[in-house]
Design a protein. Structure first.
Length: 155
């Protein structure tokens, strides 16, 4: 009986090792990027909030409550221990790919999330004003590493 339990445990653990996610290939990446940029809504919607330091500060505050766990305090994954170990990988919000979305598309992503990635939608959790302020903050991200590691990962 004991050897049967050991064999079952070894089989289970071996199966878990085979469940490792691998990074997407070039074709997957290009296909997903094309789809995201062409099928995400609100392409022509403009941010109704003023583009000024007060809006950026409001966006940074909202970002610090809802986004830092995955994107880091600087939006560039600084100090996020799992950011490079999941598939699809978490993008740097300062990347050309992310910054090439219109403000309306970024708001749509924040509202609805992106399936099948881990990006959740925030519609109903965050107000439109909070979401638009996050979009404004994303346009003015601080230098990578300048904000330190999120507190949740320092204990």
């Amino acid at each position: 009986m004991r050897s049967l339990l050991i064999a079952a445990a070894a089989t289970f653990l071996g199966g878990l090792a085979g469940c490792k996610a691998s990074p997407p290939g070039k074709l997957e990446t290009k296909t997903a990027s094309f789809a995201k940029h062409h099928f995400i809504g609100n392409k022509k919607t403009k941010n109704p909030l003023p583009d000024n330091p007060d809006t950026w500060a409001d966006g940074k505050e909202a970002f610090s409550h809802y986004c830092v766990a995955c994107h880091g305090m600087d939006g560039q994954k600084t100090g996020v221990p799992f950011a490079d170990h999941i598939s699809p990988p978490i993008p740097s919000l300062a990347s050309t790919e992310v910054q090439s979305f219109t403000d309306g598309q970024l708001k749509w992503i924040l509202d609805n999330g992106i399936w099948p990635s881990g990006m959740p939608g925030s519609k109903g959790t965050l107000s439109d004003e909070e979401l638009w302020s996050i979009v404004a903050y994303m346009r003015h991200l601080p230098q990578a590493g300048s904000q330190g590691i999120p507190d949740m990962y320092t204990h």
